[in-house]
Design a protein around this ligand. Structure first.
Ligand code: MG
Length: 245
């Protein structure tokens, strides 16, 4: 009896192992076999600061043809030396609308410092005309944290204040996902991730359905125009490009 059980156990194990091997090799060659990942497209990153080859260029210093005015069909901003500058005649909207996206914007507050708090170099980058990443000269200029430079205005302060001096060019790189209404009527939050001058200032912050106070557009939508704000202070912009995601 002892000899029989001694023999049967390893034989059973071998048979079981064989079945496992046959089973696993069969599934790897069948319809359930994992498909290889598609090869990612090749993108030329372009110069430092972009635009990469697959971006939609909204402003490259030549003209404002990709924008319309907030209060007039034509944008009323100044264009000089490859730079566009806010005027008191309202903000500008991109003609094209965007949803989930990666956005690059460079901006500069005036080198001659005027005003303080929210009155110094105030502008804004509004995704979908609704959700503002604040533009403000916060170099040695205090204001409330969720309204300072790089804040998701009224919602979330930046992680750090990484402002350059007034007059110096600064860059925002923004990854935005749209808040979306679900079938059951609830809103699934979108998100903001933002780098200012290469430094992380918003780390996957939820974007609910509520637009920034005084945003020019309201309500949930799948897409909307990029809006650059006139807040009564002269602020310059250059090198604006976007990649729909
Ligand atoms: Mg603003």
């Amino acid at each position: 009896m002892k000899a029989t059980s001694w023999l049967s156990t390893p034989v059973s194990l071998l048979a079981f192992a064989g079945l496992v091997l046959v089973g696993s090799s069969a599934s790897l060659t069948g319809a359930d076999a994992p498909k290889p990942d598609p090869e990612p497209p090749v993108v030329d990153p372009g110069p430092v600061g972009g635009p990469p080859s697959d971006a939609i260029v909204l402003f490259d210093g030549k003209d404002l043809s990709q924008f319309r005015g907030q209060r007039s069909p034509e944008p009323k901003w100044k264009l000089e030396n490859g730079v566009m500058e806010t005027t008191p005649q309202g903000g500008i909207f991109s003609k094209e609308e965007f949803g989930d996206c990666q956005l690059h914007v460079e901006w500069a507050a005036p080198s001659v410092v005027k005003g303080d708090g929210q009155g110094r170099g105030n502008s804004g980058v509004y995704l979908m005309g609704r959700y503002e990443i604040q533009v403000l000269d916060c170099y040695q200029n205090k204001t409330y944290p969720n309204g300072q430079c790089g804040a998701f205005y009224g919602h979330n302060p930046p992680l750090v204040n990484v402002c350059r001096k007034p007059g110096e060019w600064q860059a925002y790189d923004i990854i935005f996902h749209v808040p979306r209404k679900q079938a059951d009527g609830t809103v699934k939050s979108g998100s903001f991730t933002v780098l200012q001058n290469g430094v992380l200032i918003q780390d996957h912050i939820p974007v609910g359905g509520e637009p920034t106070t005084a945003a020019p557009l309201k309500g949930l939508a799948e897409k909307g125009p990029l809006y650059l704000q006139d807040h009564g202070n002269p602020v310059c912009f250059r090198n604006v490009w976007i990649r729909p995601l």
